[in-house]
Design a protein around this ligand. Structure first.
Ligand code: EPZ
Length: 422
């Protein structure tokens, strides 16, 4: 296994661009199953979750080639509709293969994806949506068999009780080749939904309203291959902005989509950060000291993103005053709190609420990455702590950040990736 050794105290300064969005490339790679031919996807980040997705595509019969950050998927010879348990379990978000496989094959056999570090991750909304398309769902020793082989998927009206990102994606993937029209009410509005719709529309789909709460999809007969470039990763942009301001530095992140990071701008300004947006570039720096943020409530987009909760909490641990967090999206997304306490942070948690009392400084510690975003918060705290921080279980971080130590060291950080097997 690997670990990071972070020497704190350096100020981050510089200009970067960021990787393509993990939460966009995953559903778009699945969507290539629906396209009969060779899709070319640019700006794909090199992440273990992308590797896991490619393994499943190849198992299903796709021919996948990678040229740097470009992934080419030829799905002409897809000949399977099942995903083995070991491949399903490699990545929590593999449930989005449900819509891709049943949309192509008329049947999908998947094992129930396990929960993960941040919650049980139920799939009731996914399954009830499939039934509304006319699919029959049975479970056989841990596998879900979802079949619409008799009449095919029929367009329908689906009202989501919660704007689930994954369920919205699975509905779109199922609807684009279904018979008739599908209308989704209370759809997720995350930018990654719009990116998926942009890719599919470029292939000939008829999706309207992606990015809003109501999405209409008119089923078409077939989709043709196309080229697509993945949007920049807004969560990675937020992570590196927060890393910089925690060290008292200044960063310019180029070629982003400003509206995608809109929900985090005001909270960062409330914390005393100077944020300016110029075209597709964002600049962030810290005024002399960071201040508490009264209340951070995570909400579906365009509310404050749950995927930035841990990183923003790290910032508030060294801000003057007391900040309050309410995690409204996942039921156990505070596992990083125990690790932040090891740096000397003062945090108390009660259910979905966490109260952070800022301290003057953190001290380096031996910590572990509890999950992907909690792991990134460990790096952020290590960067501004006095002394040395050792972070283990960093495979969680590699799921969503492409070479974070390389990016941050180029900004002036001192992070070493050490292979502990040696
Ligand atoms: C996506 O997960 C993202 N993952 C998550 O990012 C992100 O945190 C989440 O959306 C919310 O924005 C990918 O896109 C690969 P949800 P997803 O379905 O689709 C409940 C990261 O760090 N729910 O919107 O799984 C669920 O339990 C990851 O990059 C049901 O109850 O999120 C959760 O409480 C973490 N039943 C809430 O909805 C369902 O059928 C949000 O889940 C589905 C979801």
């Amino acid at each position: 296994m690997n670990k990071f050794i972070v020497t704190g105290g350096n100020t981050l300064r510089g200009e970067i661009t960021v990787q393509g969005a993990k939460n966009s490339v995953l559903p778009i790679l699945v969507a290539t199953l629906l396209v009969n031919g060779e899709s070319v996807i640019h700006n794909c980040p090199c992440l273990s979750d992308v590797d896991a997705t490619i393994k499943i595509l190849e198992y299903l019969g796709c021919v996948v080639t990678r040229e740097g950050h470009t992934i080419i998927v030829d799905s002409s010879s897809v000949n399977k509709c099942d995903v083995p348990d070991n491949l399903m379990r490699e990545m929590r978000s593999s449930i989005v293969f449900l819509g891709g496989i049943i949309g192509r094959m008329g049947k999908a056999v998947l094992s129930t994806p396990g929960g993960c570090e941040i919650g049980l991750r139920p799939i009731d909304l996914h399954l009830s949506s499939m039934e509304q398309f006319g699919a029959k769902i049975t479970t056989e020793n841990g596998f879900i068999v979802c079949s619409a082989e008799e009449k095919g998927l029929q367009g329908t009206r689906i009202i989501l009780s919660f704007p689930s990102v994954g369920a919205t994606e699975n509905i779109i993937l199922s609807a684009v080749l279904a018979k008739g029209t599908t209308i989704i009410s209370n759809a997720a509005r995350e930018p990654e939904i719009s990116d998926l719709a942009d890719f599919l529309n470029r292939c000939g789909a008829k999706i309207h309203g992606a990015g809003d709460s109501t999405i209409t999809i008119d089923g078409v007969k077939e989709l043709k291959p196309c080229e697509h470039t993945i949007i920049p990763d807004r969560i990675v942009v937020a992570t590196y902005m927060i890393a910089t301001v925690m060290t008292g530095g200044k960063i310019c992140i180029k070629d982003i989509i400003p509206s995608h990071i809109g929900p985090i701008i005001q909270p960062l300004r409330d914390a005393g950060c100077l944020i300016s947006i110029n075209g597709r570039n964002v600049t962030a720096s810290a005024s002399n000291h960071l201040k508490r943020i009264r209340m951070i409530r995570t909400m579906p987009h365009p509310g404050f993103p749950t995927d930035v909760q841990a990183q923003m909490m790290a910032l508030t641990t060294i801000a003057e005053g007391t900040s309050v967090f309410v995690e409204n999206i996942f039921e156990s997304r505070y596992k990083h709190v125990g690790e932040l306490l090891r740096f000397g942070a003062k945090i108390s948690v009660e259910g979905r609420m966490a109260v952070v009392e800022g301290v003057k400084a953190l001290n380096g510690a031996k910590v572990k990455a509890t999950d992907l975003r909690g792991g990134s918060a460990m790096i952020l705290s290590g960067l501004c702590a006095n002394g040395i921080t050792e972070i283990t279980e960093i495979h969680h971080i590699d799921r969503g950040y492409e070479k974070p130590e390389k990016v941050l060291n180029e900004l002036g950080a001192d992070i070493k990736r050490v292979n502990t097997d040696e």
